[in-house]
Write a protein that binds this ligand. Structure first.
Ligand code: SF4
Length: 343
């Protein structure tokens, strides 16, 4: 494994190695939840990371306490980042998890720096900060606490229902700063969920989490991602999904069609060949050599979802109505196709 390759080029600490190569502790846990998963615990040298090309994105700074993700979504485009460690981007990404065990103390220190200007911090933009590992390592309470104590605005995008564990902390943070929470639910089809997002809580459980968050006064939006061509995009499926999102009380819904970057593309097409071989040719035609579905297709899906959102009362006219507390905004920054892993 090439730990020396892990260099945080855009951190607040400058171009320094993310951690010392001799500071890696590798662990496994013999519990059913973590069987087959290897954790590589590191003491990172910096935690606030500036997003390259941030001018195109709605946020400039991120915090990512983990690398790799046990949620194991087949289409996850963060897979490519595992290759920088000489780790496998397929099952390796799902089962070799890097844990920055000192994330919270580092963040406290970096937020207190005289160079820090209190900008928005986005989490869940690379891998899921509420993946299963968080149940054991409990890094997020310290991270949210550090942001709360500095009244620093932040947003979280997740598929992990574990976020509810930190509900009280989120409420406290929302009293003093802008806090956005988004949950990702691309479809409600259980068969599709079981095979394409095998490590995640079910879409129903995620929507229950949306409901709990909104009931608690935390405005929660839904990133309807990914909309999966030919498997999750029929009018009936879109209707069922938007209807369920509305019933959960989401303040907004943003559709995003599946995109397949290198790393994710190969893994996804392999999965497609195993589970839906009759679709491989259609995908090859639709995506060609690129990462994105054609514009006409993306526009069609967006229009359909927006119409449904209006019908169910979560269209733009309804966004942000009466589900906020403190200075909480309605939603995390609207994601674009370039900055998210389709959490
Ligand atoms: S898409 Fe998100 S939840 Fe799924 S594996 Fe990637 S980082 Fe994890």
């Amino acid at each position: 494994m090439r730990w020396d390759n892990l260099v945080e080029k855009n951190s607040t600490a400058g171009n320094s190695a993310l951690f010392a190569a001799d500071a890696v502790t590798t662990r496994t846990f013999d519990t059913p939840e973590f069987r087959g998963i290897t954790f590589h615990e590191i003491r990172a040298r910096s935690i606030l990371n500036r997003v390259p090309g941030a001018s195109r994105m709605p946020f400039e700074w991120t915090v990512n306490p983990y690398r790799g993700c046990t949620h194991a979504c087949v289409y996850c485009f963060a897979r490519k980042t595992h290759s920088y460690l000489d780790l496998d981007t397929g099952t390796g990404f799902d089962s070799q998890i890097v844990v920055k065990v000192n994330a919270a103390e580092l963040l406290q220190r970096e937020l207190a720096s005289r160079h820090w200007r209190g900008e928005h911090v986005a989490m869940g933009t690379n891998v899921d900060c509420y993946q299963r590992a968080e149940g054991r390592y409990r890094l997020m309470p310290g991270i949210i606490g550090a942001l709360r104590d500095r009244a620093n605005p932040f947003s979280i995008l997740t598929k992990g229902t574990l976020i509810l564990r930190d509900l009280e902390l989120l409420r406290q943070a929302a009293e003093v700063a802008e806090v956005g929470v988004s949950v990702s639910v691309g479809f409600t089809d259980r068969e599709l969920w079981r095979t394409v997002e095998p490590g995640t809580p079910s879409p129903g459980r995620r929507l229950d989490a949306v409901h709990t968050l909104t009931q608690a006064g935390i405005g929660c939006s839904v990133l309807m991602a990914p909309v999966v061509p030919f498997l999750g995009d029929s009018p009936e499926q879109l209707r069922a999904t938007v209807s369920a999102i509305a019933a959960a009380g989401a303040v907004s819904v943003t559709p995003l069609v599946l995109h397949l970057r290198p790393g994710a593309r190969e893994w996804y097409l392999r999965w497609l060949g195993l589970h839906h071989p009759h679709l491989v040719e259609r995908y090859e035609r639709m995506y060609g050599d690129g990462a994105y579905a054609p514009t006409w297709y993306q526009r069609r899906i967006t229009r359909q979802v927006h119409e449904l959102a209006d019908e169910f009362g979560i269209g733009p006219a309804h966004r942000g109505e009466g589900r906020r507390i403190g200075r909480t905004p309605a939603a995390a920054p609207e994601p674009g196709p370039t900055q998210l892993t389709l959490l």
